[in-house]
Design a protein around this ligand. Structure first.
Ligand code: DPX
Ligand code: MG
Length: 563
């Protein structure tokens, strides 16, 4: 078979186990899309715009080794860059592929369409370098294999996005056939001496500790399911209390005896903040300490007795071990540590019995308490719940997850509207999961179009659209007229997207009885998405958001540093 540059790229993606690539057409990428379409097992999935196309690739990367999105030069890539920035912030290997000018135009002085209007087209590469771990420009077929492999390998190894631009007249040029994919997927191996020394230092620290606890952070999400399983084995061996930070909700099996809940400062699960504060050895795995996760810098509990394990570094007390990769280190640690259940016993001794949420009066105005009680009822082991930036974050922390259930969020980047296109990409990879999105009205207005692609692919995604008349998070941080939004008929939008043949469902619920009926309908509706628009009073929000909002506002409002 005669290979071309576009086929080389597509074959590499298929060899990695991607069955889909997301795209928005543009005259700089049409030939590339034609060539990529020749690769078998790699279906092209088209999106409404490049921001959503990038987020769809990011969502796909939450389920697979990586995601890939193809856009046109400049006018397409600029929109996609926001999703690439998000993938970088969330440590997700998204490959952004952009069509690029004809290679005869470089250095020609030609002014080209869709560009900034001057003849140096390198600006896009320069921008891409800032938001990816690797950015390459393929302007000649003979260098394509090396550049493409390097970009893909970098993305996988670093768990970060990478960028490839391909001149529109090079995509169909003859190219060599790709060799074994192992040259790309072979991961870096840990430095053996550092691995052993780090494990020894951890064991010694834990032997001295009275009540160690494990706190799992969001960075293990991108290390993949295998690492999550290894971490679960380690915590089982340790036997101590295990908490998850907000970004890591769903990354530790919550039905296990060791699981104690969310660690999020003042708004932690009951008893968890004290447990973490009183521990004499906190083992953080994949922790991200930012202003949101530390509730405005009020709960960054780290001391010299603690152990901080990240993707390729481990700090034990005051000693640093680098070149120690999570996938190697966690199993070595699990085989070396001794059981210490003290922190779990301390937690259990103080734990109060969980309170059952009473069923609300079916005819009373719907509240967030009743909404969450009913969403809880829909969560099973096959559920993946996407929590959009907004009050959904705070409600989401209170769901009890059966083992197997997953939660996805974007708490570092926090681009409102991310959940719709990202879930679209995720659900393309995982169509058989029970895929549910909790999204606010404000967020939905940014990326709503991608629901039409869910309709196009008959995807039974359930979208809980919380209509609370605006930007409630922002209201709780700092209110003003800018937090009000134009209301939409969100449920009615589904008919617009259905047009003549769609099978989407748009339902409304203003009380518990209507929600009960809508949820039942949604769970039974299999050949299209169901959007349930729930009316919630603008003042009804999670009490955690009120506490958190005040502290984040205080952190935002710190006086300028004296010059
Ligand atoms: C406007 C903004 N953040 C600022 C913002 C603005 N633009 C982008 C792209 N991302 C952002 N996070 C946020 S969190 C809104 O409260 C979201 O409103 P909504 O989706 O309606 O959720 P809640 O009502 O629960 O807050
Ligand atoms: Mg809202």
């Amino acid at each position: 078979m005669e290979y071309t540059v576009g086929q080389y790229l597509a074959t590499r993606l298929a060899q990695l186990g991607l069955n889909h690539v997301f795209a928005v057409a543009g005259d700089y990428n049409l030939t590339l899309l034609d060539e990529m379409a020749k690769a078998k097992d790699l279906e092209q999935v088209y999106c409404c715009n490049e921001l959503n196309c990038g987020f769809a690739g990011e969502g796909y990367a939450r389920a697979r080794i990586m995601g890939a999105s193809v856009v046109t030069f400049s006018v397409g890539a600029f929109s996609a860059f926001n999703a690439v920035g998000g993938a970088f912030a969330e440590n997700l290997p998204l490959l952004l592929i952009s069509g690029a000018p004809n290679n005869n135009d470089y250095g020609s002085g030609h002014i080209l369409h869709h560009t900034m209007g001057y003849s140096d087209y390198r600006y896009q590469m320069e921008m891409a370098k800032k938001i990816t771990c690797e950015a390459v420009s393929v302007a000649h077929a003979d260098e394509a294999p090396c550049l493409i492999d390097h970009a893909i390998r970098s993305a996988i190894r670093n768990r970060k996005p990478a960028y490839i631009e391909i001149s529109c007249n090079v995509a169909n040029q003859p190219c060599t056939e790709p060799g074994p994919i192992s040259s790309i997927t072979n991961s870096l191996i840990s430095d053996d001496e550092s691995l052993k020394a780090a494990a020894k230092a951890c064991v010694e620290a834990l032997e001295k500790a009275k009540n160690p606890v494990v706190i799992i952070g969001g960075k293990i999400r991108s290390a993949g399911c295998a690492v999550s399983k290894q971490v679960a084995e380690l915590t089982k061996k340790l036997g101590c209390a295990v908490a998850t930070m907000a970004q890591a909700k769903g990354l530790s099996p919550e039905e296990e005896a060791e699981y104690v809940g969310t660690f999020w400062g003042d708004i932690s699960s009951p008893g968890v903040e004290d447990l973490v504060r009183d521990s004499d050895c906190r083992i953080y795995i994949g922790a991200v300490f930012n202003d949101y996760s530390t509730v405005g810098w009020t709960c960054k509990l780290v001391s010299d007795n603690d152990i901080l394990i990240s993707s390729h570094h481990t700090r034990v007390g005051k000693k640093e071990f680098s070149g120690v990769y999570l996938k190697d280190f966690i199993p070595v640690l699990a085989s070396s540590v001794k059981k210490n259940t003290t922190s779990l016993e301390q937690f259990k001794a103080k734990k109060l019995p969980a309170k059952e949420t009473p069923v609300a009066d079916g005819n009373a105005a719907l509240t967030t308490v009743e909404l969450c009680r009913q969403i809880q009822g829909a969560i099973n082991k096959d559920t993946t719940l996407f929590l959009e930036t907004g009050d959904s974050w705070f409600h989401g922390m209170h769901f009890n997850l059966p083992n197997g259930a997953r939660v996805e969020s974007e708490m570092q980047w926090g681009h409102i509207g991310w959940s719709i296109p990202s879930m679209f990409g995720y659900a393309v990879s995982e169509p058989n999961r029970r895929n549910i999105i909790m999204v606010g009205d404000g967020s939905f207005q940014l990326t709503a179009q991608e629901v039409c692609q869910m309709i196009r692919r008959n995807m039974p995604v359930i979208i809980i659209l919380i209509n609370n008349s605006g930007y409630t998070i922002e209201v709780k941080i700092h209110d003003g007229p800018y937090n009000r939004i134009k209301n939409w008929d969100y449920a009615g939008l589904i008919d617009v997207f259905n047009a003549e043949d769609g099978k989407g469902l748009g339902l409304k619920a203003k009380n518990g009885a209507e929600l009960e009926k809508a949820m039942k309908t949604a769970l039974a509706h299999k050949d299209g998405p169901t959007l349930i628009e729930v009316d919630i009073d603008a003042q009804d929000c999670s009490p955690d958001l009120v506490v958190w909002g005040k502290k984040v506002a205080k952190a935002n409002g710190r006086a300028p540093r004296k010059a």
